[in-house]
Design a binder for this molecule. Structure first.
Ligand code: 5GP
Ligand code: ZN
Length: 128
């Protein structure tokens, strides 16, 4: 049984009900450009099924979990950052500033990044 949340923006994108700049899709996951990119390459990889966060992943979701990671290589290749490097980020829960309650991996690349990730100014997504 496919999990679908009618109010979820990423469920709507996965189902093709609202448009997104799609890079890759298979039976388990979809990847599309982030609406507000933070780097030259900023792609979101989502499961087609609604799972609210990593904390909601169940043992039975192992194929979906693997497919998200496997899609990262495909996306990195398609966006030209396979050799230069990229970062895969899952914001999970409030402290991590997760703003959309449907699992998504941010694949970010195309520039040299900093570490650790909280060293910068503390802002929420969308703030100046
Ligand atoms: P989070 O803050 O939950 O880790 O990341 C959510 C991401 O989804 C943000 O980077 C935001 O820019 C992106 N986003 C939110 N709504 C949409 C949308 O409708 N389309 C696309 N392509 N990205 C979105
Ligand atoms: Zn959803």
């Amino acid at each position: 049984m496919t999990r679908y949340e009618p109010e979820c923006i990423f469920c709507k994108i996965a189902a093709g009900h609202i448009p997104a700049s799609l890079i890759y899709k298979n039976d388990h996951v979809a990847a599309f450009h982030d609406l507000n990119p933070v780097a030259p390459v900023h792609v979101l990889i989502i499961p087609l099924e609604h799972i609210a966060s990593l904390s909601e992943l169940k043992d039975g979701d192992s194929e979906i979990a693997a497919q998200i990671l496997l899609a990262a290589r495909v996306v990195a290749e398609k966006t030209g950052v396979l050799e230069s490097g990229y970062r895969l980020v899952f914001n999970n829960g409030e402290d991590a500033l997760q703003s959309v309650g449907h699992i998504h991996a941010h694949l970010i690349g195309g520039k040299t990044m900093g570490w650790p990730p909280f060293a910068g100014r503390e802002v929420a997504h969308g703030e100046e």
